[in-house]
Design a protein around this ligand. Structure first.
Ligand SMILES: [Zn+2]
Length: 131
């Protein structure tokens, strides 16, 4: 996996997390509690208490609520990756290196390496990407 692919995957994961956020509208005439752990994921509603599949509950009473600032930040980072991930893959950045006419760092330019640093504990992160 190349550095720009690694970053694209991390941003896609972050976007999926944001896209899965929901807000429940107010004014429900019953109590509810989302229960989730390793084995369970359901919403308990009542009284009388009963279990409702999580997806059904959020679809009926919720609305998507991704953090728009987070989505804008991810969009900007994806555009940065596109600008700095240009050819040849990871070894010569047209944005950082071309103006100087000097070949860049192997695996990716300093910009991509810095963007990847927050994910250094990820199992797919490679030590040679460290800035
Ligand atoms: Zn660059």
């Amino acid at each position: 996996m190349e550095l720009h692919e690694f970053l694209t995957a991390r941003y896609a994961e972050a976007r999926a997390v944001e896209d899965s956020k929901w807000t429940i509208r107010g004014g429900l005439h019953f109590e509810w509690s989302h229960v989730y752990d390793k084995e369970s994921d359901y919403v308990e509603v009542g009284p009388p208490k009963r279990r409702v599949p999580t997806e059904d509950f959020y679809r009926e009473y919720g609305e998507p609520s991704p953090d728009l600032a987070v989505l804008a930040d991810l969009d900007a980072k994806q555009e940065i990756v596109k600008l700095h991930g240009r050819l040849p893959l990871g070894e010569f950045c047209m944005t950082c290196d071309a103006p100087l006419g000097i070949p860049g760092l192997p695996y990716g330019c300093a910009t991509l390496r810095l963007l990847a640093l927050p994910y250094a504990s990820h199992p797919d992160y490679r030590e040679e990407w460290k800035p």
